[in-house]
Design a binder for this molecule. Structure first.
Ligand SMILES: Cc1ncc(COP(=O)(O)O)c(C=O)c1O
Length: 288
């Protein structure tokens, strides 16, 4: 019923022949902790099922998930597009590290589809990376629309879906190529573990996995266990947070004091004009 925690760095082969069979693809086994772990593999399968992804790789943090994805899928000298709202450390990484590989960047406002089209028309864009909802302003991107725009120009679309969780949004089903999460937030849900993941088509995720196996931002199996345990209540926690946020937003919207309420999809919200329809649940985060 519970997934065992497999605390090992190396794996046993009972004979040289078994090792040869493993290396030549006739025997399935784990080999070394940086290349895979049964507890983490169970977590990856669960995440793939939630995101409707062919494959998922779990890593040591949400930041490392973005770094591994960008390092793998954006070639040296490439161009990326991203948005003004972005987790600050992701922005710092993009501004300080990507130029060292000759990667240039266009930054657009999340709702500015003309600016996105312009960036796609005038650069050889490898990837559009955006959060939706964004951190910290909870702006929403129309994933279906931007995925069509990107794919028409041969660019990949990666969504940081941390603020949505896979309960509120399944970006791959709307056309995104990759989804990254800081599992530290909703997915693990108990403030006791840091982790991140990248989900998508096997063809793309396996490239990230190869990079990850070399560079080594491995998630400890005990952390994998804590995230698996947290995920058992993910749907309940997110539904509860959605309905609390909605109640708060409705209360504050009617409040006589002048306050701005940002709740994606709330009828009178200033964000509504550039929100997409939700996938599964109607309401999510509220920010004052
Ligand atoms: C939207 C978003 N993406 C990525 C990260 C980075 O995740 P982690 O803290 O797990 O490295 C954060 C962290 O706050 C975040 O808010």
């Amino acid at each position: 019923i519970t997934t065992p925690v497999v605390n090992t760095s190396a794996y046993w082969f009972s004979s040289s022949q078994e090792l040869i069979d493993f290396k030549e693809g006739r025997h399935a086994s784990f080999e070394y902790g940086r290349y895979g772990n049964p507890t983490t593999e169970a977590l990856e399968k669960k995440m793939s099922a939630l995101e409707k992804a062919e494959s998922t790789v779990f890593v040591a943090s949400g930041m490392y998930a973005s770094v591994a994805m960008l390092s793998t899928l954006v070639p040296a000298g490439g161009h990326i597009v991203t948005t003004t709202d972005l987790y600050r450390k992701t922005r710092i990484y993009m501004e300080t590290e990507l130029p060292k590989r000759g990667i240039t960047m266009t930054v657009i406002r999340p709702a500015d589809m003309d600016a996105l089209q312009d960036a796609l028309d005038n650069n050889n864009v490898s990837l559009f990376f955006t959060e939706t909802p964004t951190n910290p302003f909870l702006r929403c991107i129309d994933i279906e629309l931007v995925s069509n725009m990107c794919h028409n120009k041969g660019a990949l679309l990666c969504i940081d879906s941390t603020f949505a969780s896979p309960i509120n949004q399944k970006a791959l089903t709307l056309g995104a190529d990759m989804v990254v999460h800081s599992a530290t937030k909703y997915i693990a849900g108990h403030n006791d573990v840091i982790g991140g993941c990248i989900s998508g088509r096997d063809e793309l995720v396996s490239k990230v996995r190869i990079y990850h196996h070399v560079v080594g931002g491995v998630l400890n199996p005990n952390a994998s266990y804590l995230i698996l345990r947290g995920m058992k209540t993910l749907h309940l926690r997110v539904q509860c947070q959605n309905s609390t946020a909605l109640r708060m937003a409705q209360f504050l919207e009617e409040h006589p004091k002048d306050c701005t309420c940002i709740l994606s999809w709330l009828a009178k919200s200033p964000r509504t004009s550039h929100c997409q329809e939700p996938n599964d649940w109607l309401w999510w985060c509220c920010q004052l």
